[in-house]
Ligand binder design. Structure first.
Ligand code: C5P
Length: 312
């Protein structure tokens, strides 16, 4: 009998985040180009009498352990669909920055879902898993599939994208998190204040950038740097003005592009290669404008089940 299952799930960066107007349901239509990058959470599930979540890692104290945690909600959703008990111990070994705009919570939801499916032998189809992911949150389906993808709708309707190379990134982790709903609300407020209006009737439909999709296809970092955009960046910086200094520090050190990652406050720096990544990382560290610096690359695969310990 399987005693535990561990799934590894990557973080993401949005190389394009085009935000449409606010919809009647409160969400925003997006053209959201996701790239999975090599920072990972590992989610381990073990049979238990009752549902329980624990977390380890440097930011573990900031992770909720109740049913607001997407990993717990994933286990409950799968159990409910299959008419079974959700008694499981979910342990999250967390390396993705918490509330940082890198889909760490979504990664844990996708990871717990895949791990429980394997542990329980549920046999859910890929479509069913993706449906549950979409119920859990807009970014959760991408955490399951990884690689690179265009997300339409609220980000949950995915089309996989071909990427012709590896892109190198440096991430600067800020002190504390930013609430995603608060950043979207600030985006709406800034739009309304500027006189353009914030609803779907006022804001043009978000569209993916052909130049950006081309840059991904050809693996051209300079072309990608010229095309990256994040419509939430102004809102994140408005709520956290100190991010400007972090962005400037990375640009000053030679990053090809500097941007807020998703809803922030993590900032993302696209660089030419590993040597440039080390240089930009050292400059960011020395700048004193961030809490931690991470160097990684993408695309990487989505959620994968790791071989059981002791397996040959
Ligand atoms: O889907 P998820 O639970 O991650 O969304 C969190 C919040 O982010 C939503 O309640 C909403 O305020 C905002 N959001 C949005 N439009 C999206 C995705 C998220 O307004 N496409």
């Amino acid at each position: 009998m399987t005693s535990s299952v561990t799934v590894r799930v990557p973080a993401k960066v949005n190389v394009q985040l085009a935000v449409g107007g606010v919809r009647p349901d409160g969400f925003h239509d997006l053209a959201n180009v996701f790239l999975a990058v090599g920072l990972y959470d590992e989610v381990t599930v073990t049979p238990a009498d009752a549902l329980r979540v624990t977390c380890s890692g440097p930011d573990a104290a900031q992770v909720p352990l109740d049913t607001s945690n997407l990993a717990a909600r994933a286990a409950l959703a799968l159990a409910a669909r299959h008419g079974r008990d959700a008694g499981v111990h979910i342990h999250i070994d967390k390396d993705i920055p918490v509330a940082g705009g890198m889909a760490g919570g979504s990664a844990d939801g996708a990871g717990a879902l895949l791990a429980c499916d394997t542990l329980w032998g549920t046999g859910a189809t890929r479509e069913e898993l993706l449906d549950i992911c979409a119920e859990l949150g807009s970014d959760v389906p991408f955490s399951l599939v990884g690689g690179a993808a265009l997300g339409r709708g609220r980000g949950e309707i995915l089309t996989p994208l071909t990427v012709g190379g590896t892109f190198h990134w440096v991430f600067a982790v800020a002190d504390g998190g930013l609430s995603t709903p608060a950043v979207y609300a600030e985006c709406d407020r800034l739009r309304a204040a500027s006189g353009t209006g914030a609803t779907s009737a006022d804001v043009p439909d978000p569209e993916p950038s052909p130049a950006l999709l081309d840059a991904l296809r050809t693996g051209d970092a300079d072309a990608l740097a010229a095309a990256v955009t994040n419509d939430l960046q102004m809102a994140a910086v408005s709520l956290r003005p100190s991010l400007t200094a972090t962005l400037d520090a990375g640009t000053g050190a030679g990053a090809l592009a500097a941007m807020v990652s998703g809803s922030g406050p993590t900032t993302a720096f696209l660089v030419e290669d590993e040597a440039a990544a080390r240089k930009v990382a050292a400059a960011l560290q020395a700048s004193g404008t961030c809490r931690a610096v991470r160097v990684t690359a993408g695309p990487v695969p989505g959620a994968v089940t790791l071989p059981a310990e002791g397996a040959t």
